[in-house]
Design a protein around this ligand. Sequence first.
Ligand SMILES: NC(=O)c1ccc[n+]([C@@H]2O[C@H](COP(=O)([O-])OP(=O)(O)OC[C@H]3O[C@@H](n4cnc5c(N)ncnc54)[C@H](O)[C@@H]3O)[C@@H](O)[C@H]2O)c1
Length: 255
Amino acid sequence: MARVEGKVAIITGGASGLGLASARRMAEEGATVILADINTEQGERAAADVPGAEFAQLDVTREAAWIELIDSVVARHGRLDVLVNCAGIVELASIEDTTEDIWRRVNAVGTDGTFFGCKHALRVMKQAGRGSIINMCSTASIQGGPGIFAYAASKSAIRGMTKSVAVHSVQNGFGVRCNSVHPGNMETPMLSGVREIVRQASPEAAKSMEEIWIGEPQDVANMVLFLASDESGAVNGAALVVDNTTTITEGRVPA
Ligand SMILES: NC(=O)c1ccc[n+]([C@@H]2O[C@H](COP(=O)([O-])OP(=O)(O)OC[C@H]3O[C@@H](n4cnc5c(N)ncnc54)[C@H](O)[C@@H]3O)[C@@H](O)[C@H]2O)c1
């Protein structure tokens, strides 16, 4: 039997990068995946390329949109087994350069979006007595980073939320697991964007970025698949790092 056969999964940020790779991997292993993203054009194109996938337009910053999506998925499919909160944005700014707007934009997508997702997925999953919520964090929540102040703060909030959801669920016998995944640098459009901004600001810093280990979206998708499957039944409230030691070695990993 396939590893997530018959499960229904919503993946936010599913139109691109790690969300799309995770959707593809889960679809390969038998899940029905709903790619939820703010980018309709890219999301529809992505869903057409993943067997059995659907696209749903979702702005994760809007709680009403979350309620509508989750209720419609349960109404149409009769269940929701997995939520992957993967939508995210990054803005490069130190604490000194972080404006209120930058802070609010990054936290609206990362922190608020994950909060609403966890809240409303839990509401329906607890009724079924099962479910797996997977929150996409980052090694930034472990290390911080001088130029990603708001992003590191948001990812740290998500790490904390994850553990709170997991313990609340266990203490109430809901049968819902919640874990966070912490990738290092992964080759996605987000990373390409960061690389380009760094290259324009400082070719030297861009060169040192090239020395840092970079993983493939598939590396993260395999972890998401494991957490979505029943194989990870005893993994709950965990922060799982996918970085080939870069949090320990500050990024320098021999090729
Ligand atoms: N790529 C990396 O190196 C890396 C490392 C660690 C963590 N992450 C995290 O992984 C997640 C995915 O990143 P990625 O690299 O695949 O980025 P990406 O830019 O390729 O994909 C992000 C997706 O999120 C969507 N999105 C943005 N705002 C949204 C909103 N308000 N509502 C719904 N969707 C929205 C975008 O349209 C896009 O499809 C993010 O949370 C990111 O912080 C990425």
